[in-house]
Design a protein around this ligand. Structure first.
Ligand code: NAD
Length: 374
């Protein structure tokens, strides 16, 4: 079984394999072919891949005879000419926003597997690219926020006087939010956080931060289905807006991460609330790509409003290319090795497996995933 690792398109810094996963695939009995330059932006040289046991080549070389094709982002189907029919194409394929490309994979006879649709079950935790990349994004959001903030984070008592600690407020305590809390604490800030899921209250406390919760209207009890939130009632939204208004005016840095699967990101901060913040404050909106939690966010850009800097963070994991590649590559290895059939020397994906059903998009020339066919 030959595994091809593609060089990503312009703008993508990450690589779907690292020398460690190449070695592990070789140990499983697979051959690994890496497209030349694939690891460059993630500080992995062709020579590093070669010494791990990979063969280097052009796109056409690596695709020829490959049974598995690994990528970070979904490649243009045109760029996969020459791939074998039935080959598995595995990566973050963004199925809902790239429907034409998914049809293209089906037309080419590829079996496309979308890693972002991994179900949230214990068995799949080590294969979950959303978690591995969000964790890094949560860290980087705080670092970027600190860099844009014209003051220090920790309290400092110096001969020239005292510097007061920054107040950081994290809205949305999923994977990214938890890491943002932990990072801001490490930098010495006073941290508070909020979510709609009641299960996060204890997680916030365990990180030494202060939970700020709507008390008079019920939120989501416990974890919510699959860990995900749903859209809240107008009554809850009103209560939340009032709570945020009274809290946000006293905050220096706000990190927003709130997402609802399949819906635009909930609006959590209005223009009026931004105007109530102290000039020089910073908001990092990690939901920018999903429409933003903050009024006026522009995805991929930094804008100023009422003297407040609003960073429309888009795909922050890309700016930590080496670590993000390592975690993504291990997610891919963990997935493939879990389904590896030693006797056949290749991955075997059972039709009725919960993971397979969730992530398989195309098979035998057709789009087969329910989320795309319904
Ligand atoms: P997410 O990216 O979907 O959303 C981020 C956070 O925003 C969530 O905590 C959500 O509750 C919150 N949010 C949504 N609407 C909000 C609003 N109006 N106001 C405030 N907050 C709002 O979440 P995520 O990072 O994917 O994580 C969600 C949960 O799933 C976590 O508990 C996580 O530990 C869990 N999880 C489990 C697995 C697994 O078991 N395999 C994998 C990943 C995550």
């Amino acid at each position: 079984m030959k595994i091809a690792v593609l060089k990503e398109a312009e703008g993508e810094t990450r690589c779907a394999a690292i020398p460690e996963t190449v070695k592990k695939f070789v140990a499983l009995g697979a051959g690994v072919a890496v497209e030349r330059g694939a690891g460059e932006a993630a500080s992995i040289s062709d020579a590093d891949f070669e010494s791990a046991g990979a063969k280097l080549g052009s796109r056409a070389d690596v695709l020829k005879g490959a049974g598995v094709i690994l990528a970070i982002a979904g490649p243009n189907p045109q760029s996969l000419k020459g791939a074998d029919k039935g080959a598995l194409l595995i990566g973050g394929l963004d199925p809902l926003r790239r429907r034409d490309a998914i049809d293209g994979y089906a037309g080419a006879g590829l079996e496309a597997l979308a890693m972002e649709w991994m179900p949230r079950i214990t068995r799949a935790q080590s294969m979950d690219i959303l978690s591995s990349q969000s964790n890094l994004a949560g860290y980087k959001a705080v670092v970027d926020g600190a860099a844009a903030y014209g003051r220090a984070f920790p309290m400092m008592m110096t001969a020239a006087g005292t510097v007061s600690p920054a107040k950081v407020f994290v809205m949305g305590v999923g994977v990214a939010g938890l890491q943002a809390i932990a990072t801001a604490k490490r930098l010495g800030a006073q941290v508070s956080a909020t979510d709609v899921r009641s299960a996060t209250k204890e997680q916030i406390l365990s990180l030494g931060a202060k939970p700020i919760f709507v008390e008079n209207v019920a939120g989501i009890e416990g974890e919510g289905s699959g860990g995900y939130a749903t859209e809240m009632s107008p009554e809850y939204q009103k209560a939340q807006a009032e709570l945020v208004s009274s809290h946000i005016a006293k905050q220096d840095i706000v990190i927003t991460t709130a997402l609802i699967p399949g819906r635009p990101a909930p609006r959590l901060i209005s223009d009026q609330q931004i105007a109530s913040m102290r000039p020089g404050s910073v908001i990092v909106d990690l939901a920018a790509e999903a429409g933003g939690n903050v009024e006026g966010t522009v995805s991929g850009q930094t804008v100023q409003k009422h003297g407040v800097t609003i960073i429309g963070a888009s795909n922050l994991a890309r700016s930590l290319a080496a670590d993000a590649s390592a975690l993504f590559a291990r997610n891919l290895y963990n997935f493939l090795s879990a389904f590896w059939d030693k006797e056949q020397g290749r991955p075997v994906l059972p039709e009725d497996d919960e993971i397979v059903k969730a992530i398989r998009l195309t098979q035998d020339g057709k789009v087969v995933n329910e989320r795309l066919t319904q």
